[in-house]
Unconditional design. Structure first.
Length: 193
């Protein structure tokens, strides 16, 4: 069903004529569009050797291959889950560890079960802070394309302490003070039993 348009009355035609006469275009339309399209954009001046600096478009060098932050940075970025004052004293070496284990010289297969046994026994006997000594690691000849980390146990320890069964027992892990072994040892603060 279509409607027919009614014809405009003479008054409406007069009103529309006045509106059309007062209207202005929003932008100017070129008279000859083919002439405007044929104009080429202005050419850029050619650079001279004086305008060129060596390396100006080169990307800055970054450590693109070092994607994982250092172990100390990762531990420092962890949220604080223990008392702040005790944590500060622990980092300054003022708190004496209640027990210690030396994993230095063990293989990964030997150290992991030994660590689990030690931490669970320490928590069961009511100890709160223990010292785990891993050693800093040895410098080995690296002949492969993939760089090897120094200190396998040292880098593996935070992972072991965050996974079951130790994840439920450990409250905080922090690098030890120089007095207690420095970079080759860690304070492990345990939850109450």
């Amino acid at each position: 069903m279509t409607r027919r348009r009614r014809p405009l009355s003479p008054e409406e035609k007069e009103l529309w004529g006045r509106v059309a006469a007062s209207a202005r275009p929003m932008r100017s339309i070129p008279v000859k569009p083919t002439e405007a399209a044929s104009k080429a954009p202005p050419k850029k001046p050619r650079p001279t050797p004086a305008d060129f600096d060596i390396g100006e478009t080169a990307r800055p060098l970054t450590a693109a291959h070092d994607l994982v932050p250092a172990l100390e940075e990762r531990l420092a970025a962890q949220p604080l889950r223990m008392d702040r004052r005790t944590h500060q004293q622990m980092l300054r070496g003022k708190v004496k560890p209640e027990a210690r284990i030396d994993l230095h010289g063990m293989t990964v297969a030997e150290a992991h079960p030994e660590l689990i046994r030690f931490i669970l026994n320490a928590q069961g006997s009511g100890k709160r802070m223990v010292l785990v000594i891993t050693g800093k690691g040895k410098v080995k000849d690296d002949h492969g394309p993939i760089p090897q980390r120094m200190g396998v146990l040292r880098h593996q320890l935070p992972n072991w302490l965050s996974q079951p069964p130790l994840g439920a027992v450990v409250l905080q892990v922090a690098p030890a003070h120089l007095k207690h072994g420095g970079g080759g040892a860690f304070y492990v603060y345990l939850r109450r039993g």
